[in-house]
Write a protein that binds this ligand. Structure first.
Ligand code: EPZ
Length: 421
């Protein structure tokens, strides 16, 4: 059991290096399976979910060689289809990318039910619909999703019922080796979709339009290995941007792609926080109080749902009343009770979709739990800003997606420690 202890009230000052993006690295690592070759992945964040992903690949027969903590060589030549251990697969949502990858390489797939953060039901019907449209026969039951096709999947036009990052990525992965052209309409625009497409193109795929609503994939027979560098994690960067503001500090975040953070920067500026954007680095500072805001969490390029808990923690200290509406997941305000323990004045409507946040002058330290990854980051932010000592439990949840959060925050002046019991 690990916990984070924070004695709050210290303004953060200094520079933080942003790691590679977990949600780009996950589909890319699983997509190495298609190549049946050697891929070298750089700027990999050494976070919990990535370690589990590498363990899954190894358990399936891949050779994984670590050049250093952020560079990994993955040789998927000897991978055995359908051999992923269900227990490990259940620990991640991202492991559903195995279905697309196994289908693209072997024409068949068998993968256990996936897990991930709990925001209510997280169906995979859109993934299954996409695979079926590509000609696969898919069954979902008894804890497994199984899919098979004849020789190869067949390219077709797929109009997504709803914007889904996971389904867009999974269909993209599967379609790389399909016969003919696949067109994905109403696709997710997220930078990690663009990164996945760039990786696949580096392996010989023909994908265009990633980052727009219409992605075209001209199927090829085979992919090959490549060397690829993962993009910086915009959510990690956004989290530290918010932490800088919450502590009235000044942080410079290095190794970012600042346009990925436009929605966060725009909201923070609207709140009266100074955000200086220099392309690959962002400076955030605030001198005094900041204003309330209205936030709508929506798919990219709008304000990311993965920044919703962190901005809510910040708004709990703003002057005035804010509203935060979650439009992506049904149950993403479960952490509000934890912030209330620290003195935040937040109420959530009966549908669980909008939080009204009445800014308070101060939060106070308390023992709180990281109920999910980003909620955990929000607890750390609240703890850094609060008076007194905060203890955040279930730190492993935070470590699934943040590399060395304690070390990074300590290096910019936070009074924070990781306690292992
Ligand atoms: C990805 O989850 C991320 N996870 C999440 O990040 C992120 O919150 C989410 O995208 C939205 O940006 C990974 O990349 C591993 P979706 P995903 O499919 O793919 C519904 C984090 O903190 N839906 O875009 O699961 C779904 O219920 C994590 O790093 C269906 O109805 O999200 C949701 O309402 C948490 N059927 C909406 O679509 C489906 O088949 C968007 O989900 C698929 C999704």
């Amino acid at each position: 059991m690990k916990k984070i202890k924070i004695r709050g009230g210290k303004p953060l000052k200094g520079q933080i290096e942003i790691s590679g993006m977990k949600n780009a690295a996950l589909p890319i690592l699983f997509a190495t399976i298609i190549t049946g070759d050697v891929c070298v992945i750089e700027n990999l964040p050494p976070v919990g979910d990535i370690e589990v992903t590498l363990e899954i690949l190894q358990a399936m027969g891949a050779k994984v060689m670590r050049h250093n903590p952020t560079v990994v060589e993955v040789d998927t030549r000897d991978i055995k289809q359908g051999s992923s251990p269900a227990g490990m697969v259940r620990r991640l949502r991202g492991s559903n990318y195995l279905i697309g990858a196994e289908l693209a390489r072997f024409g068949r797939a068998k993968v256990g039910t996936t897990g991930g953060c709990n925001f209510g039901a997280r169906p995979i019907d859109l993934h299954i619909k996409g695979f079926s449209a590509l000609g696969a026969t898919v069954t979902d039951g008894d804890g497994f999703v199984s899919a098979h096709t004849g020789e190869r999947l067949k390219g077709t036009k797929i109009v997504m019922d709803k914007i889904s990052v996971g389904a867009t990525a999974n269909i993209l992965i599967a379609a790389t080796t399909a016969q003919g052209m696949t067109i994905i309409e109403n696709a997710a625009h997220e930078p990690h979709i663009v990164d996945l497409a760039s990786f696949l193109n580096s392996c010989g795929a023909h994908i265009s339009g990633a980052g727009t609503s219409v992605i075209k994939v001209r199927g090829v027979e085979k992919l090959h290995g490549c060397q690829y560098t993962i993009i910086p994690d915009m959510i990690e960067a956004g989290t530290y941007m918010v932490a800088a503001a919450a502590t009235h500090g000044e942080l410079v975040l290095n190794n970012v792609i600042s346009r990925h953070l436009d929605a966060v920067s725009a909201k923070m500026r609207e709140m009266g926080i100074i955000v200086i954007d220099e392309g690959d680095r962002i400076t955030v500072k605030t001198t005094g109080s900041f204003n309330s805001a209205k936030i709508q969490a929506v798919p990219y390029p709008g304000f990311a749902t993965d920044m919703q808990p962190q901005i809510t923690a910040l708004l709990s200290l703003a002057s005035g009343i804010s509203t935060v509406t979650e439009n992506v997941f049904k149950k993403r305000f479960q952490y509000v009770e934890e912030l209330q323990r620290m003195g935040a004045a937040i109420s959530v409507d009966n549908q669980g979709s909008t939080a009204t946040v009445l800014g308070v002058r101060k939060l106070h330290g308390a023992t709180v739990t990281a109920l999910d990854l980003r909620a955990g980051a929000a607890m750390v932010i609240a703890g850094l800003a609060a008076e007194g000592e905060t203890c955040v439990l279930d730190v492993e949840t935070i470590e699934r997606g943040y590399f060395d959060i304690v070390g990074k925050l300590r290096s910019v002046g936070a009074d924070i420690e990781l306690v292992e019991e």
